[in-house]
Write a new protein. Structure first.
Length: 377
């Protein structure tokens, strides 16, 4: 992208055969140290390590592998349960026996899942990482069905992995509080029907938006359709390959990809407000058809109700700072008034309200734009 300074050493890592985005993330994680970044890139990923250990555990003892898979599922569901934070490796209990199977493959798998060796006989989980837990659990599930000719079961497994990834994404967003200010993002389906609105901080990343979408009951891809954990970045991110995510706020439409997930909303020009459209990557799938769409009532609004004056300021600021269209001198997204439009209608249209409803609101408010905005919200 023009105007951005590439990290030093990026070309060196690319010349060594590493992918550009992975090299960029490794340099960032290692504070620009090219040698350390190259070493990190040469190491197997968390997912690869989990797959290797899961296969070793299943080959050693299928019952032990199933025991460890059940335990990881319980940890993912209740990571703060004290029964999961400290694991003793000694003894003859089913879990301890399972962990020692395959030459301690279960122990090594728990380490990859986020546990740390407290001492020679104890593992401790100080902070649960949903992405690592998901990688370990899905690796065990994949190893269980990794045999030729099981296309149907593999598809079911991918669906389960997608559901697990979406559940992990939603769980990681559960404790995130909505800020009182910041960027206002509205979310719509392919038909333009809005299904959610939420505020985000300007320095929040697109990954935070993806995690919010995982909590939405309508408008986003089904559980089993392409949700995954991106472990190549530090920290890991969530993404869904089953959708096409676009910013259609203005004519400068942009389509986002997984490489945009670590970027901030300000860098993506989604501040102070934007309308994101979520469409299925499959043209035959309508995301909102599987569940009935219910319009949120005023009592279920996400966050405090914005003041009309605040909305005017955000829209005006966006128009004044945005790039021009085709070299024109008019501000970005400025709605031109015509003879048949009543005063104030252009401002309401610029805020994203439908023209028919905006006209009606202005008529009922007797031309008072603030009162019309309040009625439309």
């Amino acid at each position: 992208m023009f105007g951005l300074v590439e990290p030093e050493g990026l070309k060196t890592l690319e010349a060594m055969g590493f992918e550009r985005e992975a090299a960029r993330a490794a340099l960032a994680a290692n504070k620009g140290d090219v040698a350390a970044a190259a070493q990190a890139l040469s190491q197997p990923s968390v997912e690869d390590q989990c797959r290797t250990l899961a296969a070793r555990l299943w080959r050693a003892d299928a019952v032990s592998a199933a025991e460890v898979a059940t335990f990881l599922g319980a940890v993912a569901a209740r990571p703060r349960d004290q029964r999961h934070t400290i694991i003793l490796l000694g003894g003859s209990a089913p879990l301890q026996t399972a962990l020692r199977s395959g030459n301690n493959a279960g122990v090594e798998l728990l380490v990859e899942a986020g546990y740390r060796r407290h001492d020679a006989a104890t593992l401790a989980l100080t902070r649960a990482d949903p992405a690592r837990l998901y990688a370990a659990k899905s690796a065990l599930d994949a190893a269980r069905t990794a045999s030729p000719g099981r296309v149907g079961r593999d598809k079911a497994l991918r669906g389960q992995a997608s559901r697990d990834a979406r559940a992990a994404a939603a769980a990681s967003f559960a404790s995130v509080h909505e800020p009182r200010g910041g960027a206002v993002l509205a979310f719509a389906d392919g038909s333009g029907a809005k299904f959610a609105t939420r505020r985000f901080d300007g320095d929040d990343t697109l990954d935070r938006v993806v995690r919010f979408l995982a909590t939405c009951e309508v408008g986003c891809p089904p559980d089993g359709d392409g949700w995954r954990v991106v472990t190549e970045t530090t920290p890991p991110l969530f993404w869904c390959d089953g959708w096409v995510l676009r910013d259609k706020t203005t004519r400068d439409e942009q389509t986002f990809s997984v490489t945009d997930a670590p970027r901030t909303l300000q860098a993506l020009k989604l501040w102070p407000s934007a309308v994101l459209v979520v469409e299925s990557a499959d043209d035959d799938v309508v995301l909102t058809k599987s569940r009935p769409v219910t319009r949120p009532s005023p009592g279920h609004r996400l966050g405090p109700k914005p003041k009309p004056s605040d909305l005017f300021k955000r829209v005006t600021a966006r128009h004044e700072t945005g790039p021009t269209l085709g070299g024109a001198d008019k501000p970005r997204g400025k709605v031109a008034l015509s003879a048949d439009k009543v005063p104030g209608l252009g401002r309401l249209l610029a805020m994203g309200f439908p023209e028919a409803k905006a006209r009606d609101a202005l008529r009922r408010a007797k031309g008072d734009v603030n009162a019309a905005v309040a009625a439309l919200l």
